[in-house]
Design a protein around this ligand. Structure first.
Ligand SMILES: Cc1cc2nc3c(=O)[nH]c(=O)nc-3n(C[C@H](O)[C@H](O)[C@H](O)COP(=O)(O)OP(=O)(O)OC[C@H]3O[C@@H](n4cnc5c(N)ncnc54)[C@H](O)[C@@H]3O)c2cc1C
Length: 303
């Protein structure tokens, strides 16, 4: 560990931020893959996250943010900078139709609570294994609904540092699995969300249907990062991969899921190298067979 890194991080008190050095990242990802971070910092408040960012940026230390780690592949060699884990910022509250939440709030818990309060638009999103920050960054969605549609405002730190900004929904530039945060590297501190008033029992029934569908169609018992590829125009990556005969294709411990060809699962001991090689094979095979170039949805941490 470089001395300067320890010195920079020692500016923060343990009450503000938990700091650990040389921490394996695999347990912090849904793939259960990845080497160590030079340091893992878990701020305990939005103010502490802001201070951490400015200390790291002033010192020129590389850093990246990790929410639930369910859309990332961490390299086998790990990450040479500071990984900022937002899970310490898990609070959310609901007042009438408005939800106020910090970036590390678990999306499913937030959506379940909103659904039970009769706030529409959140029940299709239950089951996406995300923090609110990761879900806003990716504009996560399911069943025709997206997180971005529910956003009123987002509090975020600009890429170059400085005071937090409050962005309106229009300024978030939400698109299919993208946002201004993904395009410009702002760090999300928290957000306000809303939905129309609706009958809670009908929303709970929709949530139940969505959950059953997820359980029947996704390999939820095996580590994965969800859909590996973005949806190509007018088609589905999973359909193309299955039609190319790639279900069950294996590299080391990584396998194209038998249940959902859009997922790559870690059958045990998969490395990031295994997953990357399988992604390459799938991309090439689908291109050769159908002339469609699949784009990756999962992120390779640090690239
Ligand atoms: C079983 C399974 C099912 C899934 N189903 C769906 C689905 O139905 N729909 C869907 O859209 N996705 C799905 N996913 C993918 C994943 O859950 C989403 O992409 C989710 O939004 C990732 O959130 P996260 O908190 O895990 O982010 P992470 O994976 O931790 O991070 C993803 C990106 O967001 C950035 N980020 C995270 N927090 C912040 C922050 N506070 N500020 C700035 N940047 C931040 C990270 O730096 C990284 O670049 C699924 C994944 C799994 C494993």
């Amino acid at each position: 560990m470089p001395l300067s890194l320890a010195r920079v991080l020692s500016e923060l008190s343990p009450e503000e931020c938990e700091i650990r050095f040389s921490v394996p990242l695999a347990p912090f990802t849904s793939f259960r893959i990845g080497g160590p971070a030079a340091a893992l910092a878990t701020p305990r408040s939005e103010a502490a996250l802001c201070r951490l960012l400015s200390l790291l940026d002033e010192a020129g230390v590389s850093r990246t943010v990790l929410g639930n780690g369910s859309n990332v592949l961490v390299p086998d060699g790990g990450y040479a900078g500071v990984v900022i884990l937002t899970r310490g910022l898990h609070d959310f509250s609901i007042s009438e139709q408005t939800i106020t939440a910090s970036a590390g709030a678990p999306l499913s818990a937030l959506c379940r609570a909103a659904t039970r309060r009769g706030i529409a638009g959140f029940s299709p999103l239950v089951g996406i294994p995300a923090t609110l920050g990761g879900a806003i960054f990716m504009n996560a969605g399911a069943g025709g609904a997206t997180v971005g549609e529910r956003v009123l405002t987002v509090r975020a730190v600009p890429a170059g540092g400085g005071d937090p900004l409050v962005l309106t929904q229009g300024e978030c530039l939400f698109g299919y699995r993208t946002s201004v945060f993904a395009r410009r590297g702002l760090v999300i501190l928290g957000a306000e969300l809303t939905g129309d008033a609706a009958d809670a029992s009908a929303l709970i029934e929709e949530e139940r249907r969505v959950t059953l569908h997820r359980r029947a169609t996704q390999p939820l018992c095996e580590p994965s990062a969800g859909s590996v590829f973005r949806r190509p125009p007018g088609d589905y990556a999973g359909r193309l991969i299955e039609a190319a005969g790639l279900k069950g294709r294996t590299v080391g411990g990584a396998q194209v899921s038998h249940l959902h060809a859009g997922f790559i699962v870690n059958t045990g001991g998969a490395t990031a190298g295994d997953v990357k090689e399988l992604v390459r094979i799938v991309t090439e095979t689908v291109r050769e067979r159908f002339g469609v170039t699949l784009e990756r949805e999962i992120e390779y941490l640090g690239e």
